[in-house]
Design a protein around this ligand. Structure first.
Ligand code: 3PG
Length: 215
């Protein structure tokens, strides 16, 4: 196995139990949204590179709210990692794993959370030095039972499940011994963001921030 490439991501996402996964359509909404979530107690956030506004959104939060740790999600290619790093992202999350992407992040000094959904993918990522992995798409890929089953052969691997996690099922995921934190978009529904419903978003964040590891 290569040296541990997950040290820094473990430290970062280990600071939270819930990672908001954000899709931002309008960069002007990024700052108030990040502030609303931080007011609710969530200071570590992921902005997915799924919209044209994503990189400007990251840059806007980095410039205005230095106490918030912003990462880039949906990082699929080395160029995405480079652009995210340039925008000021502090970590990168991918739905999958490739060495090209892992190496690009390592060269940039960008902590990287690769995604897996099967035992073979865990083995490949582990072989490349990653021991903290995103489990995606969590609910569709077997959910709680699958994650629990992966703890048998891979007791040293910790996961951040995302994809179909919500307020109702998050506690059961966090109760698993191999779950470091859970991620998801339920904390910041697109409609609430579009409407600029910041008080509601703070409330959702505060409820999520109360969730604890171990159930
Ligand atoms: C991700 O990229 O992690 C997922 O799209 C988040 O999934 P969710 O929208 O089902 O929470």
């Amino acid at each position: 196995m290569k040296h541990d490439r997950s040290n820094r991501i473990r430290e970062l996402i280990g600071q939270t139990t819930v990672l908001p996964v954000l899709v931002i359509d309008d960069a002007a909404k990024a700052m108030p949204l990040a502030r609303a979530l931080a007011d609710g107690g969530l200071k570590l956030i992921e902005i997915t590179l799924r919209t044209p506004a994503a990189l400007s959104a990251i840059a806007a939060i980095v410039a205005a709210l230095p106490e918030i740790v912003v990462g880039a999600g949906t990082v699929c290619h080395a160029i995405d990692a480079r652009r995210a790093h340039e925008a000021g992202a502090r970590f990168a999350v991918s739905p999958g794993h490739s060495m090209e992407l892992g190496n690009a992040c390592a060269e940039l000094g960008l902590p990287f959370l690769p995604g897996v959904a099967t035992a073979s993918e865990v083995m490949a990522a582990r072989n490349d030095g990653y021991e903290v992995l995103k489990f995606f798409p969590a609910e569709a890929a077997g959910g709680l039972e699958m994650l629990d089953a992966l703890a048998g052969p891979f007791p040293d691997v910790m996961f951040c499940p995302t994809g179909g996690i919500n307020a109702a099922n998050a506690p059961a995921y966090l109760a698993l011994s191999n779950v470091l934190c859970v991620g998801g978009s339920w904390i910041a529904p697109r409609a609430e963001v579009t409407a600029g419903n910041w008080a509601k978003l703070t409330e959702l964040a505060a409820t999520a921030a109360r969730l604890q590891r171990g159930g």
